[in-house]
Ligand binder design. Structure first.
Ligand SMILES: *Cc1c(COP(=O)(O)O)cnc(C)c1O
Length: 421
């Protein structure tokens, strides 16, 4: 099946006479006919037991997303942050390190640089455009993973997945890719050597700004028996001595994530959230095509307008990530455009406050056009000098184009620009 068909049919097959739409299974518990059967489940989880770590409605969405990414299994989480967190905790313990590119979502930077550090896990940041020799220098004997973002929020840098996968594999560790902005429709990181994919499904995948969510997908391709990952190859004392690679083979990573981490942390989505996410996914391809078309049009509009000194959108010819975008995102580069207005912070705020259709809100990659000013919001704690050092100009605006008629969006921008002095 191709993506459009998978989005509608994968993950759930109605029984004869059963509901055509995957129902909301609103239950924390599942009843069994014997104590022995439940005991067996604690040895080998072959059925749903408790909705803190699995549920039939969410399970159907997990299967659909795994098929879309081309993986062996997926696990949904209650937010994108939870997905990023668990993707690392499934590999790193206190005393370990991992490598991440610095052009990643600001919330992930906080998680990696500040919070994980408190738990004894060190993140070493590298410049995504650095030479392979330089990146190699960041590896240490305790390095357990490499992390990057397909289309970076908000810099819109395109991640060279194949190059980083090669470096990670030379060091016998997996590559984890945050594929949120691209979605599996625009890019399938597993085809380029990535081992694990994470998403914030709160963005395009849900698509309607209804609920927060995340997902981790396992390619099944990484060899966990290479000696660097004893948690996969030695008995898990918290699970009756299960050896994940022996019991679960290619799905060792994703099953370990559920049996250890989701069991203990419990950041699992509700059945209702799974239902809504599935509804969003049904129309993902048709929405993504329109976001990309609107994104390119709006990027071209901004480029041709004298009020803006800089436009970052990898679909624009001449953008420094154009060639990488042609390789990794040939069908389109999403609807998110970073623009820098002349006149700095003050003009940016004035321009944004003058918009009537575009929503001023803390969201991105949504069905409605929305804008955010990183210097006032996500990067508020930095001075203007620090912002420039972090690659964020005080006049930079993250413009996330929605599915309104593109002419209405352009007219909204034009009326706000008219009021700028
Ligand atoms: C929003 C976002 C996240 C965090 O997701 P939440 O669902 O908000 O927790 C992670 N990565 C990227 C690229 C994002 O845009």
């Amino acid at each position: 099946m191709r993506d459009e068909t998978k989005c509608l049919h994968a993950g759930y097959t109605p029984e004869n006479g059963g509901p055509g739409v995957m129902p909301i299974c609103q239950s924390t518990t599942y009843r069994f006919d014997s104590t022995e059967r439940i005991g067996d489940l604690f040895n080998m989880p072959t059925a749903h037991m408790y909705s803190r770590f699995s549920n039939p409605t969410v399970d159907a969405v997990e299967k659909k997303i795994a098929e879309l990414e081309g993986g062996v299994g997926a696990m949904c989480t209650s937010s994108g942050q939870a997905a990023s967190l668990l993707s690392i905790l499934n590999l790193c313990s206190a005393g370990d390190s991992f490598i991440s590119t610095s052009t990643i979502y600001g919330g992930t930077v906080n998680l990696f640089a500040v919070t994980l550090k408190r738990f004894g896990i060190e993140c070493i940041f590298v410049d995504a455009d650095a030479s392979s020799e330089e990146i190699q220098k960041a590896f240490k004997p305790n390095t357990k993973a490499v992390f990057g973002e397909t289309l970076a929020n908000p810099a819109l840098a395109v991640f060279d997945i194949e190059r980083f996968a090669k470096i990670a594999h030379q060091n016998h560790v997996p590559l984890i890719v945050d594929n949120t902005f691209a979605t599996p429709y625009l890019c399938k990181p597993f085809n380029f050597g990535a081992d694990i994919v994470v998403h914030s499904t709160s963005k395009y995948m849900d698509g309607h700004a209804l609920q927060c969510g995340g997902v981790i997908v396992d390619s099944g391709n990484f060899d966990w028996t290479n000696g660097k990952f004893p948690e996969f190859t030695e008995p898990d004392e918290s699970y009756h001595g299960v050896v994940y690679t022996r019991e679960f083979g290619k799905a060792a990573y994703i099953i370990k994530a559920r049996m250890q981490l989701m069991r203990d942390f419990g950041c699992y989505p509700s059945a209702n959230s799974g239902f809504l996410l599935n509804l969003g996914l049904e129309t993902l391809p048709v929405r993504m095509r329109q976001y990309c078309e609107n994104g390119l049009k709006i990027a071209e509009f901004f480029s041709a307008n004298e009020h803006f000194e800089r436009v970052d959108y990898p679909g624009l010819k001449g953008d420094r990530y154009y060639d990488l975008a042609q390789k990794y995102l040939p069908m389109g580069q999403s609807g998110v455009v970073s623009i820098t207005i002349k006149g700095g912070r003050e003009q940016a705020v004035k321009f944004m406050d003058g918009l009537k259709l575009a929503c001023n809100e803390v969201h991105v990659a949504d069905i409605r056009t929305c804008v955010l000013h990183p210097a006032s919001a996500t990067h508020r704690q930095l001075t203007d000098e620090q912002l420039v050092a972090a690659g964020i100009n005080p006049g930079m605006i993250r413009f996330s184009v929605g599915l309104e008629n593109i002419q209405d969006i352009i007219e909204d921008i034009e009326q706000s620009l008219k009021n700028l002095s």
